[in-house]
Design a protein around this ligand. Structure first.
Ligand code: BTN
Length: 272
């Protein structure tokens, strides 16, 4: 059964009905749309505590308190970008949760290729990059118990029709949008539908076959492997060559001393 709710965003290039008509299966059950919301992730988390079904998606035109990784704010003005969160109840161990984010990153990369012809790279762990600038990001939040995931909220932000002048000054040189790169406006509903079609595909691979294929594809699209990088984690700063991403999704760094360090998360800057 497919179900629409709210109808708050039913005009222009963003509507739950238009998203539904672009879906290729009934995997996604319900799309809840909001004109303005604090955070689609927060909303999805609060819904999930009340027990919504797997396959619920929240979309919004703007977010008042969009959340980024590492406690940052995700700037979320109205009218141009994608802010969406998908609720899933995966039967996987907590240690594999990082691959939900990988599934989402691959979904975005494939959707932006087929919808807009963009070649997206993934900067470890989950920044979506085009021409060296960030075009989107993913924030996955889970509730778990006894090494089982009760539910996961996969939050995706993609800059679609925004222009440089819409970004705050500190982001102007490091962020971009689909419009900036292609010079064209795009329907957010069509891109969201394709992201959901691709997320379904990669999620099913993860659940059915494990993380191997996702890891291979992640490495193929990685713009981090082979680079000299600096990673900041909990106040510690480590520099080295990013040699690999291991089977747990950790970044393998070779330090100047020759020592290898595996890093589970952090803030990464490419030095060269
Ligand atoms: C990052 O820091 O790169 C992750 C950004 C994730 C932003 C998205 S926008 C939709 C969803 N709701 C949020 O509050 N955050 C995520």
């Amino acid at each position: 059964m497919q179900d629409l709710e709210d109808g708050a965003v039913e005009s222009g290039d963003l509507s739950s009905q238009a998203v539904f008509s672009g879906l290729r299966s009934d995997f996604w059950k319900k799309i809840i749309s909001h004109e303005s919301i604090n955070s689609t992730n927060e909303f999805a988390m609060s819904l999930s505590l009340k027990g919504p079904e797997s396959g619920t998606v929240i979309i919004a035109d703007s977010q008042a308190r969009g959340k980024g990784r590492m406690g940052r704010v995700w700037v979320s003005p109205p009218g141009g970008n994608i802010y969406m969160s998908a609720v899933l109840k995966p039967e996987i161990a907590v240690r594999d949760a990082a691959f939900l984010t990988v599934a989402a990153a691959l979904a975005c990369a494939y959707a932006l290729k087929s919808e807009a012809g963009l070649n997206v790279n993934i900067k470890w762990p989950n920044d979506l990059m085009v021409c060296g600038k960030k075009i989107g990001g993913i924030l996955t939040e889970i509730r778990s118990g006894h090494d089982k995931i009760n539910f996961a909220v996969i939050g995706i932000g993609i800059n679609v029709n925004s222009r440089s002048k819409d970004f705050p000054e500190e982001l102007a040189n490091i962020a971009t949008s689909v419009k900036e790169v292609t010079g064209r406006y795009f329907s957010r509903s069509e891109i969201i539908a394709e992201v959901l079609n691709e997320l379904e595909r990669w999620y099913k691979k993860l659940i059915g076959d494990g993380s191997f294929l996702l890891l291979e594809e992640w490495k193929r699209l990685s713009c981090t492997i082979g680079k000299v990088v600096r990673v900041t984690l909990c106040g510690e700063v480590i520099s080295g060559i990013a040699e690999d991403i291991d089977e747990e999704g950790m970044l393998v760094l070779r330090l100047a001393s020759g020592e290898r360090r595996r890093i589970s998360s952090g803030d990464l800057t490419e030095l060269r």
